[in-house]
Every structure is written in structure tokens, then in C-alpha cells.
Design a protein around this ligand. Sequence first.
Ligand code: URA
Length: 232
Amino acid sequence: MREHDDTAAELIRNYLEYQVNAGFTQVLIPRRSPVRTGSPRLQAVREELGECTRCPLHRGRTHIVFGEGAPDARVLFIGEGPGADEDREGKPFVGRAGRLLTKMIEAMGCDRSDVYIANVVKCRPPGNRDPEPHEREACVSFLEAQIKAVNPEVIVTLGRIAANVLLNTKEPLGKIRGTFQDWNGIPVMPTYHPSYLLRREPDRRAKREAWTDLKQVMALLGLPVPASGDQS
Ligand code: URA
């Protein structure tokens, strides 16, 4: 028992030292609820959504892209809305941006199937335009219900729209990215959208910043964090 206490104390000390060295001014304590039964609750949310016609986006869709992943995921990623590939397959982040998101998840030491991935809107906005405010409003209660069902320890929002909708703010992404925010007691890390990272490919600064954000999420989850280096 004493040995376990020593090991736990050592782990906690390392974690706190990491936070201090990384310049954190707050100590972030990961939550884990005692009972983690995501699946039936998620199923209930999916059933409530039904063959949704609550906003005009339903007219152009092939599939509703509800979300996918582990129903009891420790980390939940939120994008903006399905693109053409996602609309065709009915799954989130399966196109080019999705392949980069998968790499980002793997760089964190996770498998895509370990996490949960959802979007602000569940139907594809035409021509990949930003979802309109009334379209976001029609969908946001389903996103919130998904979050409550999964009950993750941390949320990562991808891009401006996801951060603004979830956090109910108009702050530019540049102001809030890289610092933990809060959604009903769950820490939220706003970071760049993978599509933005692809657009900025030649300039690696944004990618480095996104990796810094993800490393904070890893530290919060108690995952091993590489001391330095770039994720490529
Ligand atoms: N971009 C998003 O925001 N979501 C997806 O599912 C795919 C691309």
C-alpha cells in the first residue's frame, strides 16, 4: 500500500512539475465520473434527432453526420460541420482534414476509436460555407446532449466556429486558442481546425501551435508528453 502511495505521489509531483514548467498558472484536475455508460444515452440523442428537418441544411444532405467514436471517450473533438466526403459517408472527418485529425489523435498516443468526434452541425452546409446562426441554433442542443452523454474529461474544439458556438463567445480564435476554457465544468481546449492547418501547410507555425495545444490536453489526461519536438 505504502509503495502505491509513493508511486502515486511521484506521479502527481511529476504532473505538477510539468504544469509549472509549461507555464500553467492553474492546476487542472482531470475528472472521471464513476459510472460511464455512454452508449444508450447517445443512442437516445440519435433517436431524438431522427431524420431531422429542423433547419434548411437537411435539403442538401445525403446523410446526417451524427458523430462517432467511443461512447465513454476521455476526449471529445468538435468540428464545424460535414464536408462532401462526410456527407457521402455519414461519418465525421473522413476527408483530407479528417486524415490530418486522425494523425493528430495518433500523435497524442491515442487511437481514433478511443476518442469521440462530433460537429456543430450534422448536415453539410452547401459549398462548405460556415453554418448560419439559425442552423447552428437548430443543432446545438444535440451537440450538448452528445457531450453530456459521452461525459468526456476534456473537449477539443477545432476552429473558430466550434469554439464560438460551444463557448458562446465571439472572441477571435487567436485570443482563446491554447488556453483551457470551461464548458459546464469540462475543460475545453480551443485549437485550429485541421483544414486551416492544411491551408497553412508551408508555414509550420500554426501546426506547432496546435501541437502545443494538444500537449496540454495530453498532460491533463495524464498521457506521456514528449519534452519537445514537432508533430509532423
Ligand atoms: N470539417 C469539419 O468541421 N467536420 C468534418 O466532419 C469534416 C470536415
